[in-house]
Design a protein around this ligand. Structure first.
Ligand SMILES: [Zn+2]
Length: 435
């Protein structure tokens, strides 16, 4: 096999560790004039241009001015079928599901509709610099086929699964414990491990699954040890009350999942806005992760995520958009809202912690930090080129900035899809803003 090498020259920034653990200074590496060398779709080397250039005889070098290269963003919770219902007015979680979500998801019984939306969705992710996401399908297995077919064609690292939902939802959108198990199993056989795709067993949330269905979900996880488990947890107060009524024998919401053996490494729980200390402790103990979805939590009025509390308990936390309840595909905009969520609790969100959450922290939450999240040699070459001059205001603001920290913070406050100049997946350009 011939070796394909290509180098990219710009300012380069990547996370090395969680700032909460390593301290801010040791948490990142920055090259003001850097080179990222890619070989066969993987990172070969990263460093200062001055030291790497002499070694790059004959290697094609793509140069970007006033730009910052970072690892591709990782979205640890999103619903692709809800792309067309983003920005739907007026409801909190449970009414929002009945009013908007279920009728929208019904349309995914039609595979060609699913394929159309999957294409729009993936294009939106890449336009926003997101190269990996943990994705909900609908209850229809064909929704997952359509999504994976589109993701495979782009050679993206994506994780998705068919929704399991056998009660408390309209008849047109429910499976049964047995059919949900069998359909998930067929999808796992078809897609898990193909290209860069992974399968997630996906019960929507405790209220829409019977204990029998949750048991069978746990059985799938034991049958295929490297699967993901993806669901919702403790998002909204009324939802939590409902879970108590449906599962009176359980200690609390997390205990429902724990009892059915759905916690553990590669189990990702979206939201976790109202968790008690014991639940945080249990999440950490089991190696489970939580997806912090600030734009969604604010949009649905769910509450303020307590990042520091989860951090103190050692829970893995990734950043999620939760589109369609989330209001943006942009992880830069998620970080903007995350900062405000912290401010409302008199807490700070350091810009290097923000970088970590959107990249290496997400990889860590997904147990993909050996493949993704930064530019250590051998990792997948999934990266973005961010443009400091994306808008006149951003350009003017950057001229006033005196430090990397200040530029990075302004980028997360003012940046969105306009700031993403180019996106690469496995070393191949998959989005060019100005093309
Ligand atoms: Zn969600």
């Amino acid at each position: 096999m011939s070796t394909t090498r290509k180098a990219y020259r710009a300012a380069i920034l990547h996370s090395l560790a969680d700032p909460a653990v390593a301290g801010i200074e040791s948490s990142y590496q920055y090259f003001e004039d850097g080179i990222l060398l890619i070989e066969n779709g993987q990172v070969a080397e990263v460093g200062e241009a001055a030291s790497l250039l002499p070694k790059l005889n004959g290697v094609d070098i793509q140069e970007y001015r006033d730009a910052l290269i970072t690892p591709g963003f990782i979205d640890t919770h999103i619903h692709y079928p809800q792309t067309g219902m983003i920005a739907s007015y007026g409801e909190q979680l449970l009414d929002w599901l009945n009013t908007y979500t279920f009728p929208t998801e019904r349309q995914f019984a039609d595979k060609s509709h699913a394929a159309d939306v999957a294409a729009i969705f993936l294009n939106e992710l890449l336009r926003n610099g997101t190269t990996t996401a943990l994705v909900f399908g609908t209850v229809h297995p064909q929704s997952v086929d359509a999504f994976f077919e589109a993701a495979l064609a782009l050679n993206l690292r994506m994780i998705a699964g068919k929704v399991l939902m056998d009660r408390n939802a309209p008849d047109y959108l429910t499976d049964t414990a047995e059919s949900g198990y069998a359909e998930s199993k067929a999808l796992i056989e078809r897609w898990h491990g193909k290209g860069r795709l992974h399968y997630a067993v996906t019960p929507r949330f405790a209220p829409t699954s019977t204990p029998e269905q949750l048991d069978l979900a746990g059985k799938l996880l034991r049958e295929y040890p490297d699967l993901y488990m993806h669901t919702h947890l403790s998002e909204n107060r009324k939802e939590i009350e409902w879970v108590k009524e449906l599962f009176p024998e359980r200690k609390g919401y997390l205990d429902v999942y724990d009892h059915h053996k759905l916690t553990g490494p590669r189990a990702v729980f979206a939201h976790g806005v109202h968790l008690c200390d014991d639940e945080c402790k249990r999440l950490a103990e089991t190696g489970s992760a939580v997806a912090f979805c600030p734009t969604s939590n604010l949009f649905l009025g769910s509450g303020l995520f307590n990042l520091n509390k989860l951090e103190q308990h050692g829970v893995r936390v990734g950043l999620g958009t939760d589109v369609g309840a989330g209001t943006s595909f942009s992880q830069l905009q998620s970080l903007n809202e995350a900062y405000k969520v912290m401010q409302l609790q008199s807490k700070k969100l350091d810009p290097f912690k923000s970088l970590y959450l959107a990249t290496l922290g997400g990889a860590n939450a997904l147990y993909l930090d050996d493949r993704l999240g930064n530019f250590l040699p051998g990792k997948d070459a999934d990266f973005v080129v961010l443009d400091y001059n994306a808008t006149p205001l951003m350009s003017y603001r950057m001229q006033q900035a005196r430090s990397l920290e200040e530029r990075l913070f302004a980028l997360t406050m003012l940046g969105d899809d306009r700031a993403v100049k180019e996106t690469f997946a496995a070393g191949v350009s998959v989005h060019r803003r100005d093309a």
